[in-house]
Ligand binder design. Structure first.
Ligand code: ZN
Ligand code: ZN
Length: 299
């Protein structure tokens, strides 16, 4: 059946060896002593920079950690993105590229609208946190519009109630026709939360705008340890390669696995009934990498 594969990596080195740019690793969810983190801002920045991160967003609860524009801080060569975790009165929302503090009112759709009007974007945080794995119920995520994606992995939840993963809600939303990107973030509050979940984005230059453009366009993958080295789309096939993957799995709606390879490469033909496909690369222990979804248009 003729189809059009919407490849989020079309403008990266995965699709085109001549593509100018680089893959940069970053974390968008970080707490400091500005809210309930244990370390001051500069100490947290130093820690991420030492580990080779390219970008970082400090995201304290209901406060602009960046104010005024991170001016007092040394970025240690990283790009610092201004942010805020909108927390009071409802499910937590990450306000990325926050220029102003959005009032955290219970009507979360209005909060999302304000954040977008502020030239930022919104990520739904740790949807499966808490005793009922339901910090952010699917019904609310289905109802809201205008947010960019969700945390499919949130590091700090791996030591709290509920699940650090939200692949179930992601697949249900994607299956309902939503185009949402999957993010992995540390949500670090203490040193031992650092470097457990990150995003690797293809950026054309080392600037906040280039990083934000890449995230908005889905030119990134989420990871807890596996590195994706290539993704090729050709006709109705997709090939994914990750050197440190022990298994690569291909999924379609509603989270149905349709192909698996035990090794660093998987090549699949898109099933005729697929509305989207996405890939999980499983490494050693609890290491994963997740591609963004490839939406399939029937032509
Ligand atoms: Zn939170
Ligand atoms: Zn947080």
């Amino acid at each position: 059946m003729p189809m059009n594969i919407l490849n989020p990596y079309a403008q990266t080195s995965f699709a085109n060896n001549n593509c100018r740019g680089q893959w940069l690793r970053g974390n968008l969810h970080t707490h400091t002593t500005f809210s309930d983190g244990t370390r001051p801002r500069q100490e947290v920045i130093d820690d991420y920079a030492r580990r080779g991160y390219g970008f970082l967003m400090l995201s304290d609860h209901d406060i602009l950690t960046a104010e005024p524009d991170y001016a007092a801080l040394d970025p240690r060569g990283m790009v610092l993105i201004p942010g805020n975790e909108i927390s009071a009165n409802g499910p937590h929302l990450l306000h990325v590229n926050a220029r102003t503090r959005v009032d955290p009112r219970p009507l979360r759709q209005a909060v999302i609208n304000d954040a977008v009007a502020d030239r930022g974007f919104v990520i739904v945080n740790h949807p499966n946190w808490q005793e009922k794995f339901d910090h952010c119920p699917l019904a609310r995520m289905s109802e809201w519009i205008g947010y960019l994606g969700l945390e499919i992995y949130n590091g700090v939840i791996s030591r709290l109630h509920g699940s650090a993963y939200a692949l179930d809600k992601w697949d249900m939303l994607l299956s309902a026709g939503r185009r949402l990107w999957g993010f992995a973030n540390d949500d670090s509050h203490a040193p031992f939360d650092v470097e457990i979940g990150w995003n690797v984005a293809f950026v054309t230059d080392h600037s906040p705008d280039a990083i934000l453009d890449a995230l908005v366009a889905g030119r990134f993958y989420a990871s807890t340890g596996v590195t994706i080295s290539d993704i090729r789309v050709q006709d109705d096939t997709i090939t994914v390669r990750a050197e440190n993957a022990q298994r690569i799995v291909a999924l379609q709606q509603v989270g149905k696995r349709f192909a698996t390879a035990d090794g660093p490469e998987l090549r699949v033909t898109i099933p005729p009934d697929a509305a989207y496909v996405r890939f999980e690369c499983w490494g050693q222990g609890e290491q994963f990498a997740w591609t963004q979804p490839f939406l399939i248009e029937k032509t």
